[in-house]
Ligand binder design. Structure first.
Ligand code: JDE
Length: 250
């Protein structure tokens, strides 16, 4: 998979050279490229924004600069027919659809993502409109109901959430199934490790029993209880089969 991130703060994305995503890049699993939007400006001051039409506070990012940048990194400048259809444009924004594990799973199947990190009050709305009409899939996505100063932090979140799902990135793919928001649709059960006693607190006996069926059942029960307490919205979404599959009565 190739991911191009376009931002006026490329250094913000340096963290992606570390840990899992860094490993994925080195292994050639993830071809991640970070670009400075100002490389596509044409004026001496390398201007990327201007005042909003209709008035109001703040500044808006210009469509012409973004257009040149996205055409370039998406490979549209070469005029290849249907090149737009091969790319999925992701725009992190507070006004987007919610980015969830399901979104990450869907994006992880793409060949080429372009992530446009907005700053100021946002990006001129014609940019998304232009690329949708050019046949590109465009997703305006929110990582949560709060406002950041720019899309870079959200891009870090999305690239990590997507990158770790790519085959070969996470050591044990099994762990992707049981984790919170994973295929089971539940939050993860509590985990324990050595020492067996710490701070007068014990590890639940069942986990020391070696009885795998009982351990599995205890973990499923804990996951459901935790989900019911912390995320009742997720429990309501569970289908009956899921509950049956977990041999759980609710
Ligand atoms: C592309 O347009 C944007 C993008 C961002 C950065 O993303 C987030 O904040 C975010 C992404 N998921 N949840 C929050 C912020 C603004 C923005 C800033 C101030 C006032 N109004 C809008 C606009």
């Amino acid at each position: 998979m190739r991911i191009d991130v376009v931002t006026i703060f490329p250094d913000y994305l340096a963290a992606l050279d570390l840990s899992l995503v860094g490993k994925a890049r080195t292994a050639g699993i993830l071809d991640l490229r970070v670009h400075d939007l100002r490389d596509w400006t044409t004026d001496r001051h390398r201007t990327v924004d201007d005042t909003p039409f209709g008035g109001g506070a703040g500044m808006v990012m210009r469509p012409d600069v973004w257009g040149r940048a996205i055409d370039d990194v998406a490979g549209l400048s070469a005029g290849t027919p249907d090149a737009a259809g091969a790319v999925h444009l992701v725009v992190p924004t507070p006004s987007g659809e919610t980015f969830t594990q399901r979104t990450a799973e869907a994006l992880a199947t793409e060949e080429h993502l372009v992530v446009a990190c907005g700053r100021y009050e946002g990006i001129d709305a014609r940019v998304a409109e232009h690329y949708r009409s050019a046949g590109m899939r465009v997703s305006e996505l929110s990582i949560g109901d709060y406002v950041l100063n720019g899309g870079e932090v959200a891009a870090l979140v999305m690239v990590e959430a997507v990158g770790r799902l790519l085959p070969g990135v996470v050591g044990n793919p099994e762990s992707l199934v049981e984790e919170s928001h994973g295929a089971a649709g539940l939050l993860e059960y509590p985990v324990y490790t050595k020492p067996p006693a710490w701070d007068d607190l014990e590890v639940p006996d069942v986990l020391l029993s070696g009885h795998h069926a009982r351990i599995h059942r205890w973990r499923r029960d804990q996951a459901l209880r935790r989900t019911a307490v912390r995320r009742p919205d997720m429990v309501r979404a569970l289908d009956v089969d899921t509950l049956d599959r977990h041999d759980l009565e609710v």
